[in-house]
Design a protein around this ligand. Structure first.
Ligand code: ZN
Length: 150
């Protein structure tokens, strides 16, 4: 179990040090800003959606280790997925972070994102981990392109 925890921490640390997809996107189809006042995390999310598919996704901003790693891993997980697929992932991610320690939901669908399950032990950090996802929700609502709901 402690080996697993080490792995989780290393993964988060890796994404904090070398965030993936951290850049502006001039041809984004929608953007949204997120701010976690509790911690001071600020994020701007860029989405390029075509026919309901997230063709590209990136972010900029300044945040703590958890919010940066969460944004980085979220962009990695969602690139190439449909907007419709993103929604249940967000819900599962949110459930994972808000359920009691002894009631873990089935995390298989989250793949690598399951590394954030340990964040539950630090309630003040939950908002850091979910900020990129809430910002994603706003960006999806902002977009003009029709969203498929298959
Ligand atoms: Zn934070």
């Amino acid at each position: 179990m402690s080996d697993l925890r080490d792995l989780y921490q290393q993964t988060i640390l890796d994404h904090t040090r070398k965030p993936r997809n951290k850049h502006e996107m001039p041809d984004a189809t929608s953007t949204a800003d997120g701010h976690n006042r509790l911690c001071g995390d600020k994020i701007r999310l860029f989405l390029k959606v075509n026919a309901g598919i997230i063709e590209d996704i990136s972010f900029t901003g300044n945040g703590c280790a958890i919010s940066t790693a969460s944004a980085s891993m979220m962009t990695e997980a969602l690139k190439g997925k449909s907007v419709a697929e993103a929604q249940p992932l967000f819900e599962l991610f949110h459930t994972m972070l808000t359920s009691p320690m002894d009631q873990e939901p089935d995390l298989e669908a989250l793949n690598k994102l399951a590394v954030f399950s340990g964040v539950r032990e630090f309630p003040v950090r939950v908002k850091c981990a979910t900020l990129p996802w809430h910002t994603l929700q706003a960006a999806i609502k902002n977009q003009d392109a029709p969203v498929t709901t298959e």
